[in-house]
Design a protein around this ligand. Structure first.
Ligand SMILES: [Zn+2]
Length: 273
């Protein structure tokens, strides 16, 4: 029965996102599968955090879209997320949800909140930071970078990361209180765990983006881009590891955020439990 409710809920959300052009067709199918699993194998805690991430990120990406259009064009990103992007953001969470379904244990909850806090912090920082009038600075060298560049950080983006990550932690705490289930850790501790882990994960994302993430140059217009095609021609790699694209960086930073949230919760349980 939970699987049917999950499929119906996911169908509603994915359909609306597709209609609003937040998701491509493949992205909508991936979101449908993901939402069904989050509710069917999980419950409102898992589904609720995914939904909160998804709705707030989609809404933020629509804010002042015209102002962002210029920066986005440079990076060949459209507002519509495809299946790969959907899986890069929600895929680890889905695996954790399934793991908890098969082998129920507190560890999955800790990792999950950290992962969702990281993807939310990262998305909020990117969307909010790109509205900054001042250019972001490289997390490694401190030099100004064009807006939207991987590896750039700004004060505005960093504040957005903390708020987004804290929101996930708070929502996790409220949902667990309401569901009256989950790990035997102090409920309030999810708030700092989410805020700290998500912010850390977003900075790991920026750091990897500035160091090992693959970047290409467009031979036609000369711009530095993240995609392999630009101006209708193949781009040339000039730095980074060939397989370390933006999605791989997202996966690694999510793992880092998940591990930190789990560590914070275990410590909180030991000290205050
Ligand atoms: Zn070009």
């Amino acid at each position: 029965m939970d699987w049917i409710i999950g499929a119906a809920g996911a169908c509603l959300v994915a359909g609306a996102a597709y209609a609003k052009r937040s998701l491509s067709a493949s992205g909508a199918i991936a979101a449908l599968i993901m939402g069904t699993v989050y509710y069917g194998a999980g419950d409102l805690f898992w589904f609720g955090l995914l939904l909160l991430f998804f709705v707030t990120s989609s809404a933020l990406s629509k804010v002042k879209q015209a102002e962002k259009r210029q920066a986005e064009q440079m990076y060949e990103k459209s507002g519509r997320r495809d299946a790969v992007q959907v899986l890069a953001n929600g895929g680890i969470g889905m695996l954790l949800c399934l793991a908890n379904y098969i082998w129920p244990a507190p560890v999955w909850f800790g990792l999950f909140v950290g992962v969702m806090a990281t993807v939310t912090a990262d998305t909020w920082a990117t969307e909010w930071g790109s509205l900054s009038r001042r250019p972001p600075r490289s997390i490694v060298t401190g030099k100004p970078l064009p807006a939207g560049t991987s590896g750039g950080v700004s004060l505005r983006g960093s504040l957005a990361a903390i708020v987004g990550a804290g929101m996930i932690g708070t929502a996790g705490s409220v949902l667990l209180l309401w569901m009256d289930n989950g790990p035997d850790w102090p409920l309030w501790a999810w708030i700092p765990a989410g805020a700290i882990a998500g912010t850390f994960g977003a900075f790991v994302d920026s750091y990897l983006g500035a160091t090992v993430q693959v970047m290409y140059r467009c031979p036609s217009c000369g711009k530095s881009v993240e995609s392999r095609i630009h101006c209708g021609t193949s781009t040339v790699r000039y730095r980074g590891w060939p397989l370390m694209n933006n999605d791989a960086v997202n996966l690694l930073s999510s793992a880092a955020g998940g591990a930190l949230a789990l560590a914070v919760m275990i410590l909180a349980g030991r000290w205050f439990g």
